[in-house]
Design a protein around this ligand. Structure first.
Ligand code: MN
Length: 228
């Protein structure tokens, strides 16, 4: 095949302990998956109607690269989230198939132009411009699911300039990982290479140029970076 211009590079993530990288196909995100965070946003939680949105794969910031402060906002918010990486997929998966589809876990930031999101929410407009902008998803290396098993007591934290901003336990999630995958597979045919951001605990707040962030999915993944 010959193309009219050079094809874009595939976004990929390092895998701890492996030479191969994880080629990213799509990035799905679930909203309002921790009750405390939904409350701080003034939103209701409905476990029977999970709310999903997407980011383009090339919105990921990988390998510890600097994150440029985005255009068109003066209220860039951090949302620290466990991220699940899929090695297989399908439609209408059951819980066992969902669990088996997981290659590994990482930690990422679902960066959000909160000022724009507030306007879109008020108008009932889509969130894409608030969520799916360039460099909106800094992401750690992946840890293989064969090496770790996050459970209800696994902690997720975000420090900014050394100060704790967000802290949660995976047991606080409204939908667990397998339930998220089951729900997504009723809406999309999931594929190897898909990533899922699994929602943020409470404590979302603004980032500014010069901030250094340190996100941890304790015992599993670490992400360090800087807003420039
Ligand atoms: Mn989020």
């Amino acid at each position: 095949m010959r193309y009219i211009f050079e094809t874009p590079a595939i976004t990929s993530l390092p895998i701890i302990g492996r030479e191969e990288r994880f080629p990213v196909r799509r990035v799905f995100c679930i909203g309002r998956n921790y009750a405390e965070h939904a409350r701080e946003m003034g939103a209701a939680v409905d476990a029977s109607a999970p709310m999903f949105f997407c980011k383009p794969a090339d919105a990921l910031v990988t390998d510890g690269a600097d994150v440029p402060y985005p255009q068109a906002t003066s209220d860039l918010h951090h949302e620290v989230e466990m991220v699940v990486a899929l090695q297989s997929g399908g439609m209408d998966l059951d819980a066992a198939q969902a669990a088996a589809s997981i290659l590994g876990y990482g930690v990422g930031l679902d960066l959000t132009r909160r000022d724009l999101q507030a306007v879109f929410k008020a108008k009932g407009h889509p969130w894409d411009v608030a969520k799916a902008f360039d460099h909106s998803a800094p992401m750690s290396a992946l840890r293989l699911a064969s090496e770790v098993s996050p459970d209800a007591d696994t902690q997720i934290t975000l420090h900014v300039n050394g100060t704790l901003r967000q802290q949660g336990r995976l047991g606080e999630m409204v939908l667990g990982v397998a339930e998220i995958i089951v729900a997504l597979s009723k809406l999309f045919e999931l594929k190897p290479g898909d990533l899922i951001f699994t929602g943020t605990p409470a404590g979302v707040a603004a980032l500014v140029r010069g901030d250094r962030f340190h996100a941890q999915l304790h015992g599993i993944a670490v992400l360090d970076g800087r807003i420039v």
